[in-house]
Design a protein. Structure first.
Length: 177
């Protein structure tokens, strides 16, 4: 059975992107899912000096080992000031310093959501364009606007048109892993 690594790219305990990633990963039955929490991968803020003095943190090595041991990656990106959350960016910076490509040429399903009508589209576009340079094979992407109106913890995506678009993108991702 194929394996999917899934996470919300936020350190917030109540992250709507964690909720979306968790729900999205559960919408398929063809792969096993490993859900992780970025809070389990806290490490020093990346700098060349810290890397030269102390090497790559163990938490970064563990995160990269998870990437390497899975067949696909599903991530819902939190948007902070139009970009990645600090917690995610720090992990990304550290794993990009390790051998090979950060995302190990794995198929990726990139999602984003926000309380507003743009649904994290800025950070999603940034990742869709950037991750291929770091070994991410972006197989699918999906933005969920207005999280509070379009998502229910019991039902998931409640707008039928958005749900249909999500399912189409999920199918593309699953075909690639």
């Amino acid at each position: 059975m194929k394996k999917i690594l899934a996470f919300g790219a936020s350190s917030s305990r109540n992250s709507i992107n964690k909720k979306l990633a968790t729900w999205a990963a559960g919408q398929q039955s063809t792969a096993s899912v490993t859900l992780i929490d970025l809070n389990d991968f806290e490490m020093p803020i990346f700098s060349i000096d810290k890397e030269q003095e102390n090497g790559i943190p163990e938490a970064a090595q563990k995160f990269k080992a998870l990437v390497d041991s899975h067949d696909g990656i599903l991530v819902s990106l939190a948007e902070h000031n139009g970009a990645y959350s600090a917690a995610f960016k720090n992990i990304f910076d550290w794993i990009s310093r390790m051998e090979g490509k950060a995302w190990s040429d794995k198929p990726m399903f990139l999602l984003a959501t926000s309380p507003g009508g743009r649904g994290g589209s800025s950070v999603l576009e940034m990742a869709v364009n950037r991750f291929p340079f770091n070994g991410g094979k972006v197989a699918a992407s999906f933005s969920l606007p207005s999280f509070g109106n379009n998502f229910s913890e019991g039902k998931g995506i409640v707008d039928e048109g958005l749900k249909s678009m999500f399912q189409g993108q999920l199918h593309l991702f699953l075909e690639e892993i």
